[in-house]
Design a protein around this ligand. Structure first.
Ligand code: DHB
Length: 386
């Protein structure tokens, strides 16, 4: 198989990249080891930055403005009181609640309708000749048949266990941080308990009240990284959530999905080598607090699409040479924001009374100052693209 850009991974990053490239007249082939059904049913976060929404809205058939819901603020709750952060008032921008798997359904439908070469059930095993003008992706299809995709450029949009990343810095290169907690996430059948998201710091630990629709809600609470998602009864889950959002009476309903999300911060040391680059979760992981994951993937892809257009249409390698530095600028800002929201809102298992009081002082200083609220709102709604 021969193409201009070989993309490994049909998640948001890979699909949006193929869309942008096609719009510029550049061919691509996308490989993904999962089936279409698996991709469309993977439950991830639900908050999209303004810039992400503006981009998704340009994709034919996108439901982001019809099914997605605009949110003009969030609430930070601590010491039993709520404090609203007014996004448009502080930044002129908003966010949208639109679950990632719904965005994926739109993207897959649009790419397939446009005739995109998109191959499911194909496992990439390695990238060969990264430093040449003809890098190759080695792969195995669902019948066990090995084949290669030869391209002008290879992109790894293949998630946190990226195979493409190994062609850049080996499996060792990167910056890591672990956290001593995780999130227990649920989906339940119930009407919303609040109109906007509530990020709650309580003496018993963090909880996040999010939404999905008029009839389905998403909620999370801080738990141990070793927690077993099947070990708690529904009554125990509701007691845990209720205790952590004092002042709100949560509307309970049947829980039909539960999962434990590990917390990790990671940035790969090398984002590009020769004619191979990585984007999205292949390049970085953020802890979920603040919902930066998919938004950061979209930002990487916008930069890489511009760089590939310059390289492949005009023979100009300048933007590609600047790609890693430009992408890193936003990646580290988002890493800081995700770490900061996580640290400010969660109860560390080893926290002393000093740590706890300091954290409340930090929260009061953020909500009590327009500058503090504005920093949070700018980061949450997404820094404007250059
Ligand atoms: C959701 C997830 C997040 O990590 C977050 O910060 C906000 C919302 C969600 O899944 O709804």
């Amino acid at each position: 198989v021969r193409t201009q850009v070989a993309i490994v991974g049909a998640g948001p990053a890979g699909l949006i990249l193929s869309h942008l490239l096609a719009a510029a007249g550049i061919d691509s082939v996308i490989l993904d080891q999962r089936s279409r059904e698996e991709i469309e049913s993977t439950i991830r976060a639900g908050i999209l930055e303004q810039g992400t929404v503006d981009l998704l809205a340009t994709i034919p058939g996108s439901r982001v403005h019809t099914v997605g819901q605009r949110h003009d603020g969030i609430e930070l709750r601590f010491s039993g009181e709520g404090h609203r952060i007014d996004f448009p008032g502080l930044t002129g921008r908003s966010v949208w609640l639109y679950p990632q798997h719904e965005a994926l359904k739109d993207l897959l439908a649009a790419r397939l309708a446009a005739g995109q070469d998109l191959r499911f059930g194909v496992t990439a095993t390695a990238v060969a000749d990264a430093d040449s003008l003809r890098p190759r992706v080695q792969a195995v299809d669902d019948a066990g048949v090995a084949f290669e995709v030869e391209a002008d450029f290879v992109v790894g949009a293949d998630g946190s266990h990226s195979v493409v990343r190994k062609a850049l810095s080996g499996s060792h290169g990167g910056y890591f941080r672990e956290y001593p907690f995780a999130w227990f996430g649920i989906l339940c059948e119930a009407p919303p308990s609040a109109e906007e998201l509530i990020y709650s710091n309580s003496p018993a630990g963090f909880a996040l009240i999010s939404q999905r629709s008029e009839t389905v809600q998403r909620m999370y609470f801080q738990c141990s990284p070793e927690a077993d998602a099947s070990a708690m009864s529904e009554a125990q889950i509701w007691d845990t959530l209720q205790e952590r959002v004092p002042g709100t009476s949560l509307v309970e309903g049947p829980i039909f999905q539960r999962d434990v999300l590990r917390f990790r911060s990671f940035v790969a040391r090398d984002l590009r080598r020769g004619r191979v680059a990585i984007v999205g979760d292949a390049a970085h992981t953020v802890p979920p607090t603040g919902a930066k994951g998919m938004n950061l993937a979209v930002a990487d892809v916008l930069l890489l699409a511009r760089a590939l257009e310059a390289l492949l249409l005009r023979g100009d390698a300048g933007p590609l040479d600047g790609f890693a530095e430009a992408a890193s600028d936003r990646i580290w800002k988002a890493q800081h924001f995700s770490w900061w929201m996580t640290s400010m809102l969660h109860l560390a298992p080893e926290a002393s009374e000093f740590d706890r009081q300091r954290q409340l002082g930090e929260l009061r200083s953020v909500v009590g100052s327009e500058a503090g609220r504005t920093y949070l709102a700018e980061a949450y709604t997404g820094w404007p693209f250059a």
